[in-house]
Design a protein around this ligand. Structure first.
Ligand code: GTR
Length: 408
């Protein structure tokens, strides 16, 4: 009895506090231009406000991409139409980039359903531990370990995050590349990344250059270029998914590449879907200190100064509009701050409304119960019960959402 009343008493101020986070009056307005004009329609959003926000997030956070012309050559290393018990064709493609007298490589793995009559929609996501880590399929090529980090993840180490068979059974191709192929995920990863090639001879100031997350998002766009050469893949129906640091990346990729038809952020947290203002998990300072090689040098100017930032993460989400957007959280993932992820998903709805689209249907300022899914609007959200991960449970909901748009 004593316990219950104590909990009840504590819940009241907590609820008030949580509402205050979303109503922070330092939160920059999505629909006011830098010149102070109110954005009244989709045209004004697209012509004025969206470019302002894209420019600001490029220089302040994710980096300005150089326009170095890059050549890409595609070589099929392996292909087998009897993968997944005959249900899919497995294809492994080496992409070789050439620019400024340099060369860089990335290896893509795809599973493409065999049963389809025409081109199929595709789910693309970068992976953490190598293509061979996404599956126990023994035919997936084990890469040579780089000299600088000789530890390779065991085969299938991350397979729980990649339900290929289930996606293929639902008519989706799935494609992936290891993030480290574009920027090895370490403080000293730059030299082995694609960036020295991309910035060769560039006059873009160091402080606004892309780092790991920018390079990873660049890599997603190059993966799409490659899939555009594959007749079995319908590149007008691409859903890009990403977990955690790769959720931050999938959002930035969708912001910068209009070919991405649906964007999914799973537990992306700080500098992903989660608002920085009032964040109860990872702060800007913390992320910039632990991962100084993820975002621009300029982003460090905002350490400890969240309320002075001229942007916040609802703006990143709004850049996805009018394309469907899915933000997912997990109930025990306090570091990513699920409530702030949900608030950002709610706030970006203002832009979806300009297009006559349906914002997030959960309107309350508190989190729904774990297990709740809101995927009936054009901005979707769910709160999975459990910890920081991406599981079949999440994929099933993302595919249900995609089914609505991809006509399946
Ligand atoms: C954490 C980091 C988060 C998130 C996560 C992940 O260490 O603080 O921002 O990116 O890693 O990628 O799993």
């Amino acid at each position: 009895m004593k316990n219950i009343s104590l909990k009840y008493l504590l819940a009241l101020p907590l609820a008030a506090l949580l509402c205050a986070a979303a109503a922070d009056d330092t939160m920059p307005a999505l629909l006011r231009t830098e010149g102070g004009r109110t954005v009244r329609n989709a045209r004004m959003w697209e012509r004025q406000r969206r470019p302002e926000i894209l420019r600001m997030l490029s220089t302040e956070v994710y980096g300005v991409a150089p326009d170095t012309p890059v050549e890409a050559a595609y070589e099929t290393l392996e292909e087998d139409a009897s993968a997944l018990g005959g249900k899919a064709t497995r294809r492994q493609v080496r992409i070789t980039f050439r620019a400024a007298g340099r060369e860089h490589r990335a290896d893509m793995l795809l599973y493409i359903p065999n049963s389809a009559e025409g081109p199929v929609p595709v789910i693309f996501g970068l992976n953490f531990k190598g293509n061979h880590g996404t599956t126990t399929d023994p035919a997936v090529i084990m890469p040579a370990a780089p000299k600088s980090s000789p530890r390779l993840a065991p085969r299938g180490d991350n397979a729980r995050r990649w339900p290929y068979a289930e996606a293929v059974a639902r008519g989706y191709a799935v494609a992936t590349i290891c993030k480290d192929d574009f920027f090895p995920d370490r403080r000293d990863g730059y030299a082995e990344s694609v960036l020295p090639m991309l910035y060769e001879g560039s006059t873009i100031p160091d402080s606004v250059r892309m780092k790991a997350v920018g390079a990873w998002a660049w890599g997603i766009s190059r993966a799409i270029d490659c899939m555009e050469t594959m007749p079995e893949i319908d590149t007008r129906r691409i859903m890009v998914i990403g977990h955690s640091r790769l959720g931050k990346t999938s959002l930035w990729a969708a912001a910068t590449d209009p070919r991405i038809a649906i964007a999914v952020s799973n537990d992306s947290g700080s500098t992903g879907a989660s608002l920085a203002r009032g964040n109860r998990g990872e702060s800007v300072e913390k992320i910039n200190t632990t991962f100084p090689y993820w975002f621009t040098d300029r982003y460090k100017l905002y350490n400890g100064r969240e309320t002075q930032m001229p942007f916040d993460q609802h703006m990143l989400l709004a850049l996805v509009a009018p394309r469907p957007l899915y933000v997912a959280s997990a109930s025990d993932d306090a570091w990513a701050d699920p409530l702030n992820e949900m608030h950002a998903a709610q706030l970006c709805g203002e832009v979806y409304r300009l297009y006559g689209l349906q914002p997030l249907t959960w309107r309350q300022q508190r989190l729904p119960a774990p297990g709740a899914t809101f995927n009936g609007g054009d901005v979707a959200y769910h709160l999975r019960q459990g910890g920081h991960d991406i599981l079949l449970y999440d994929w099933e909901r993302f595919m249900d959402f995609a089914d609505r748009y991809f006509g399946k």
